[in-house]
Each structure stands twice: as C-alpha cells, then as structure tokens.
Design a protein around this ligand. Structure first.
Ligand SMILES: [Zn+2]
Length: 139
C-alpha cells in the first residue's frame, strides 16, 4: 500500500523499473514484446502468451480513475488521514490498473472517470507513482 509513511515496496528485478523510473520522470510498465500487451504487476512470464520476452517501457503516465476509496483509518501512528486510494486505468491499456494515491486535489474532488496523470514522490531509493488531476481540458 502506497499510503503515507507505510512500508516501502520491496525491489525485485521485475519491479525495480516500476519503482525507480520516477527518477527520470518515467512511469515504466512491463510489456511483452511477443504479444505487445502490458503486464502489471511486473512478472517474468507473460500471463497472456507465456513468453519471457518482457521488458519495461515508458508509458504516458496518463489514465482515468476506475475506482477509489477514501481512507480515514490511521494504520500507522504517523499516517496522515484522510487520503484517497485509487485504481488508475492507464490509457495505453485499460486492463492495466495501478493501485495508488490521488493527490493535489481536495478529497471530495475524486471521481470515477476522472482524468489523471502521474507524478512521483521520492522515499529513499523508491519513487512512488502517485496521481493528480490532469490539467488538460476539452478531452
Ligand atoms: Zn505476451
């Protein structure tokens, strides 16, 4: 869980690009080069075609809110509540969904279908992908 002050994710060879791409401002999602589908969470074998030809690629970082919940529970002593936990569908492939926090807007502004974009928050050697409202209008 990417909540404030929650334990950081553990880096593995598969997940490191996802958790550290933010250093370059890049949201890195694993993609199968055999069937061209994105795979998330990252894993060594493609669940669609069983290929091992999976490599991280940079995606736009834009997507929409598929669902969300407002957390009021203080799981840890220093946790700041409330905050929004959201499932974001990436525009590249709607079945790729990232569990994250929605930030930079009032809690009550969160909405299903809202257009959002990624930003990163550094914690030690991890760059957490968070999402904020996408300022572009007229889409
Ligand atoms: Zn595949």
């Amino acid at each position: 869980m990417l909540a404030n002050d929650a334990p950081l994710p553990v880096l593995t060879p598969e997940t490191t690009p996802f958790w550290t791409g933010g250093e370059d401002g890049a949201l890195m999602i694993a993609r199968c080069s055999a069937c061209t589908r994105y795979v998330h969470p990252p894993q060594p074998i493609c669940p669609h075609c069983l290929s091992r030809e999976i490599a991280p690629v940079r995606v736009s970082g834009r997507g929409t809110v598929a669902s969300f919940t407002v957390n009021h529970q203080r799981w840890l002593p220093d946790m700041r509540v409330p905050f929004v936990i959201a499932l974001i569908e990436l525009e590249e492939q709607p079945d790729i969904r990232i569990t994250t926090n929605l930030v930079n807007q009032p809690i009550e502004a969160a909405a299903i279908g809202q257009r959002v974009r990624v930003l990163f928050e550094r914690h030690e050697d991890i760059w957490l992908p968070l999402f904020e409202p996408d300022g572009e209008t007229g889409e």
